[in-house]
Structure formats: structure tokens, C-alpha cells
Design a protein around this ligand. Structure first.
Ligand code: ATP
Length: 226
């Protein structure tokens, strides 16, 4: 069974996450995509993200009715920072028979060499890199050869990047979507519309709970981490 792992802060979840996960599901022949919100994200220094419960609830609303998508609270249950390598190790243990595909946007992949014990990630799961606007396959190749380690080469038959000791890295063919959580938080803080950038149920939740409403609130939340 092939399972896609979509980790992130999801502050908030948006159509970029959902549509690209749906496309990855089809392209890779996955049996499910598991969304894993981080409880204590290590990659957002100086920025406090919304409480886990709100991000979790928005994910629940966003994936409801899609049997291809499931939600996991594994990072919530693990102590300390939400390091991808620890999550993948735990998933390997929990699901020894499943083939894991770690889905990651190319923007995030470009910095993978800064992630905790990143080399091990390439041994725990296949990595499936999602296209994002403004970046191309050559950026991915540069990361593999300059930042990761020598030895990855493109398999002309499958198009995947293969390595004698590591698992393959795939560059997916999803349509790049120009949407990010940062942009949504900014729009909401300015009182502007976020319609069509998030599912209607998520927009309703954000409006009802008045999340991200004023920029002052966001600044306040940011200060709490420092
Ligand atoms: P922020 O703007 O707060 O940094 P984000 O929109 O990048 O957030 P995250 O929750 O940090 O969202 O991202 C989770 C994963 O989804 C990351 O691997 C990220 O690269 C990927 N991702 C986010 N937005 C898109 C998008 N529009 N298309 C493809 N992948 C995306």
C-alpha cells in the first residue's frame, strides 16, 4: 500500500495543499494521503502559529467527504518539536508494510539540508516534490547534487531521481498554484476576501472564530515565541 504523507503547519490549510495532494494521489497511485499537522513546527522561528486545535479543525473540515484523505495527530502525540525524521521513523514502525511517499513543496525542499537529520529522511520515505510557482526541476537537481549528496541521477525510464543507497525522489507534474498560508493570513488580517483560496467550510470557520482578523493580533502571537 502506497501512502502519501503531507506534513505542514496548515495555518490555515488551503487549496494549494488540497489540490496538489489530490494530484499526487493520482500520479503516484496512492491509496491515501495522510495529512499531519505539526504541533510544534521547527521551521517557523519567531512565529507562533495558531493553536493546534484550530488548525486540526480546519483540516477536518477541509478533507471531510474525500475518502482519499485522512488526518493524523501523530505529531501531536509525540513530545518535543515536530521533526519530520522522527515522524517518518514512527510511521515506518507503525506501518512496516506500507510504502511511504513524503509530499513536500519545492520551496520547502530547497531548504531540506537545514532539517534535523535530513539525510535519514531520504532513507525512510520516497520524497515526492510538489511543483510551486517560480521554481523548476533544475532547482531540485541542484539541491540533490549540492546540498544532499552525490549519487542521485535521473532514471530516464521513470523520470525519478535514483540513488544506490537512498530511496527515489520524484518531481511531480502537478499544476503549480500560487497560494500560501502566509498570503491568506495577510488577506484576512487586512479584512480582504479569502474566498476560493480555502474551502468554504474553512472560510466559514475562520470568519466564525475571527482567526487572523487583525494584524495587531498576528504581531502579538508572533512575539510570544521570542
Ligand atoms: P506558510 O505560507 O505559512 O509558510 P504554506 O502555505 O507554505 O505556509 P505549510 O503548511 O507550511 O503551508 O506547507 C505544508 C507543505 O505544503 C509544504 O511542503 C509546502 O511546501 C506545501 N505547500 C504549501 N502550499 C503549496 C502550494 N500552493 N502548492 C504545493 N505545495 C504547497
Amino acid at each position: 500500500m502506497r501512502v502519501g504523507i503531507m506534513g505542514g503547519t496548515f495555518d490555515p490549510v488551503h487549496v494549494g495543499h488540497l489540490r496538489t495532494a489530490e494530484e499526487a494521489y493520482e500520479e503516484l497511485g496512492l491509496e491515501q494521503v495522510m495529512f499531519i499537522p505539526s504541533s510544534d513546527p521547527p521551521h517557523k522561528p519567531g512565529l507562533v502559529v495558531l493553536e493546534f486545535e484550530h488548525r486540526w479543525r480546519m483540516l477536518q473540515l477541509a478533507i471531510a467527504g474525500n475518502p482519499r484523505f485522512v488526518l493524523s495527530d501523530i505529531e501531536r502525540r509525540m513530545p518535543g518539536k515536530s521533526y519530520t525524521v522522527n515522524t517518518l521513523r514512527a510511521l515506518r514502525k507503525e506501518f512496516p508494510d506500507r510504502e511511504l511517499f513524503f509530499l513536500v513543496g519545492l520551496d520547502a525542499f530547497l531548504e531540506i539540508d537545514t532539517w534535523f537529520r535530513f539525510v535519514e529522511i531520504f532513507r525512510l520515505a520516497r520524497i515526492a516534490v510538489l511543483r510551486r510557482p517560480g521554481y523548476g526541476e533544475s532547482d531540485l537537481e541542484q539541491v540533490l547534487s549540492r546540498k544532499v549528496f552525490d549519487g542521485y541521477r535521473k532514471d530516464p525510464e521513470t523520470g525519478a531521481f535514483v540513488h544506490p543507497e537512498m530511496l527515489p525522489v520524484h518531481y511531480l507534474g502537478n499544476a503549480p498554484l500560487e497560494v500560501s498560508s502566509t498570503r491568506i493570513r495577510q488577506l484576512a488580517a487586512e479584512g480582504r476576501s479569502i474566498r476560493y483560496l480555502v474551502p468554504p467550510e474553512v472560510m466559514g470557520y475562520i470568519n466564525e472564530k475571527k482567526l487572523y482578523v487583525n494584524a495587531g493580533g498576528i504581531e502579538e502571537r508572533r512575539c510570544q515565541t521570542r
